[in-house]
Design a protein around this ligand. Structure first.
Ligand code: C5P
Length: 244
């Protein structure tokens, strides 16, 4: 079974304060530094550590291809990491990467560059599930009550027992994902995740693998504080494991 991962990392990070550049000279969230390394690199390390993933494709803005490529090569990756120029939307970035994936690929794992706290166990679980069903995504159950609103007025309360907050990784059979992207393009549909595109095919039942609320999507400046805390915990855990 050939499994490739696609990491969309070509976003502009407009929800981060533009006036808060860290050492990389950028406020784009995928490049903000955590313990001296850009968030993207932490995320790639997790995918490199997963034995089920054979190759990684990273979608980047053109101006980032060279320096990010050098940074990744410095990690001495034990599997091929290909860099692809991304597009104007997340969907376009993933589509561009998908277009250069080897046609004999069985499964595609799409994982946001800005979710560095995904754990190995969950990556493996969602890949194994997708191998059986054709598609699986990681999600968590909401703890807040969800309201439907119009402007500032509450219109309805959405029953929580049928809701999942979709995260990544999202894993699909290569042929299904390609078809989903083709259909989205034909219909002019733009989604915020891969699952929404595959759902429109009405071809498979996509399963949900329960994840963790630690798998945060680093989106706003305050997420960095939580990220530093999680990273310190991860490091302490790894150290304890090495010591035992
Ligand atoms: O835009 P959003 O916050 O949903 O971004 C999720 C992921 O998609 C991020 O890792 C971001 O870098 C990536 N992205 C991309 N190309 C774009 C926009 C976002 O690869 N044009």
């Amino acid at each position: 079974m050939k499994v490739v991962a696609i990491v969309p990392a070509a976003g502009l990070g407009t929800r981060m304060r533009p006036a808060a550049p860290e050492k990389t000279g950028t406020s784009r969230k995928q490049f903000m530094l955590l313990d001296g390394s850009p968030i993207l690199l932490h995320t790639i390390r997790k995918l490199l550590a997963c034995p089920l993933i054979d190759e990684i494709f990273v979608a980047l803005r053109r101006e980032d291809l060279r320096w990010v490529g050098e940074l990744i090569q410095a990690e001495l990756p034990a599997k091929p990491v290909h860099l692809v120029e991304g597009g104007e939307t997340r969907q376009e970035s993933v589509e561009k990467a998908l277009s250069v994936v080897d046609p004999d690929t069985d499964l595609v794992v799409v994982h946001d560059a800005v979710r560095p706290f995904i754990d190995l166990e969950t990556i493996e679980k969602v890949i194994r599930e997708a191998a059986i069903t054709g598609g699986a995504i990681v999600g968590i159950v909401p703890v807040d009550t969800v309201k439907q609103v119009h402007l500032t007025k509450v219109r309805a309360t959405i029953p929580r027992d049928h809701l999942i907050l979709a995260q990544t990784p999202q894993v699909f059979r290569f042929d299904i994902l390609r078809e989903a992207f083709e259909k989205a393009r034909q219909d002019g549909y733009v989604g915020t995740d891969e699952s929404s595109l595959v759902e429109r095919l009405e071809k498979i039942d996509i399963t949900v693998v329960l994840g963790s609320d630690r798998n945060i999507k680093i989106t706003k400046p305050s997420d960095m504080e939580l990220a530093r805390f999680f990273l310190a915990e991860e490091k302490a855990k790894a150290q304890a494991q090495r010591g035992s």
